[in-house]
Ligand binder design. Structure first.
Ligand SMILES: C[S@@+](CC[C@H](N)C(=O)[O-])C[C@H]1O[C@@H](n2cnc3c(N)ncnc32)[C@H](O)[C@@H]1O
Length: 236
């Protein structure tokens, strides 16, 4: 029995998808392709699939997906479900799949089940059919230091994550390619290919991250809020 995994990593940071509400998708397949897109479900809908199941741990994410008129699960075929990988009852309700697409799942896990990333990799394997394929898309952590102008992205990330922490929330946590390869192989996946891609940061995507920081301001004590407001404005 052989399991295979394809891994796609971005070598540069892009924060553009970190806080966007999307799903991680499982799907039975005819076609074997992978893609990251802004909207995994929209992409899945372009494929010739027997059925697909989209999973999220977050009800607000589910609601926003369901209210998007371009998302059209086929009735009695496709499903959008809410559940957490660390919930054994939820896992027991899932079957096995020919293809699993874990599209920016791992970086988001700290927000929903901290410190369980390795356990989730193991669970992904458990829900894959023999000879099935896992496509895992992730991003390298943003480097702590970079030369100008790349350091702007690092500083915006620090400001954004500071706001998230000061609000008492948990930032996402990305893992590097070598972490992913090590953990895939540890649970028996054979990595057949991995590919790294550079993601460019636009002014728009950087400002979006500043706005994520701003969305956390109401949760802070007033003096901290004032200081962080000023700092976010200065960065912009
Ligand atoms: C950044 S989003 C996925 C991005 C998306 N696939 C795309 O098209 O860009 C991360 C997803 O992982 C899910 N997630 C994170 N931890 C989870 C867990 N422990 N159980 C289930 N879902 C989880 C979140 O609920 C969210 O739907």
């Amino acid at each position: 029995m052989e399991f295979v995994a394809g891994v796609v990593f971005s070598t540069q940071v892009s924060t553009k998808y970190l806080f966007i509400d999307f799903q991680c998708i499982y799907y039975h397949y005819y076609e074997n392709r992978t893609g990251t897109g802004v909207n995994s479900i929209k992409w899945i809908q372009t494929l010739n699939t027997d059925s697909w199941t989209g999973i999220t741990a977050d009800r607000n994410m589910l609601n926003s997906i369901q209210s998007d008129s371009s998302i059209r699960p086929r009735s009695n075929v496709d499903q959008l479900v809410i559940g957490n990988w660390m919930d054994e009852n939820f896992c027991a309700s899932l079957g096995c799949y020919d293809t699993i697409l874990a599209d920016y799942l791992i970086g988001a896990v700290d927000g929903f089940s901290p410190y369980e990333q390795d356990v989730i990799v193991k669970k992904l394997r458990a829900h894959l059919n023999p000879a099935g394929k896992l496509y895992l898309i992730s991003m390298n952590p943003i480097p702590d230091h970079a030369s100008f102008p790349g350091d702007v992205v690092g500083e915006v990330r620090r400001a954004r994550d500071s706001c998230i922490l000061l609000a008492g929330h948990k930032p996402y946590r990305e893992f590097p390619l070598h972490w992913t390869l090590r953990h895939l192989e540890a649970v028996g996946f054979k990595v057949v290919q991995h590919k790294s891609m550079t993601i460019l940061h636009s002014e728009k995507s950087i400002i979006r991250q500043l706005n994520v920081g701003r969305s956390k301001l109401p949760y802070m004590a007033v003096p901290i809020r004032d200081g962080m407001t000023q700092y976010l404005n200065d960065l912009e």
